[in-house]
Ligand binder design. Sequence first.
Ligand SMILES: Cc1cc2nc3c(=O)[nH]c(=O)nc-3n(C[C@H](O)[C@H](O)[C@H](O)COP(=O)(O)O)c2cc1C
Length: 159
Amino acid sequence: MISNEEFLRAMSNFASGVTVITTRDKAGVPHGITVSAFCSLSAEPPLVLACINKSTGSHYAFIERGAFVVHILGEHQRHISEQFAEPLLDKFAGMPLLETPSGLPVIEGALVTLECTLVQPYDGGDHSILVGKIESAEVMDARPLLYFRGDYRRLDAGD
Ligand SMILES: Cc1cc2nc3c(=O)[nH]c(=O)nc-3n(C[C@H](O)[C@H](O)[C@H](O)COP(=O)(O)O)c2cc1C
C-alpha cells in the first residue's frame, strides 16, 4: 500500500478542469465546494459523477437536498475556485448569483452550468461518489480553468 503523500503526488499529475458544485440545504442555507474529481459518466441517460469528501461541511447538504448544480469554471473564474475551496462562513459573499427554478444557487458566468438531480450516492472511501442526472445544461463561449500538479493552469494561447 502507498502512503497518503505518494497518493497525492501521483494523483496531482492527472490534469483536470475545475468545478464548483452548489446546493441548498433544507433550512435554505446555500453550500458550495470546489471539486476537480468530476467526470462525464453516461450519455443515455445523461449522467455525471462528482466525488465529495465526507468531512467537508457541505457533504450532508448534497445528500439531503438530492440535487446540485455543477459549474465548470472558465479561466476567468480562478478566484471563484479559490473562494469555494476555503472553509469560509459565507462562501457566496460577492458572487454574481442566480437561482434555478427549484431554488438552487447558480454562479453566473461559468463555462458550463449543469443542473442535476442526485440519482445515487455511493461509498468511495473517505469520499462519496455522487451520481447526478443532468436536467439542464448551459454552455458559454469561454476558455477552461485547468488544474495540474497543485496549481491553476490555462490552455496555451494557440489552443
Ligand atoms: C483545485 C481543487 C480541487 C478540489 N477538488 C476536490 C474534490 O474533488 N472533492 C472534494 O471533496 N474536495 C475538493 N477540494 C477541496 C475542497 O474544495 C475544500 O476542502 C472545501 O473547502 C471543502 O468545503 P467545506 O468548507 O464546506 O468543508 C478541492 C480543492 C481545490 C483547490
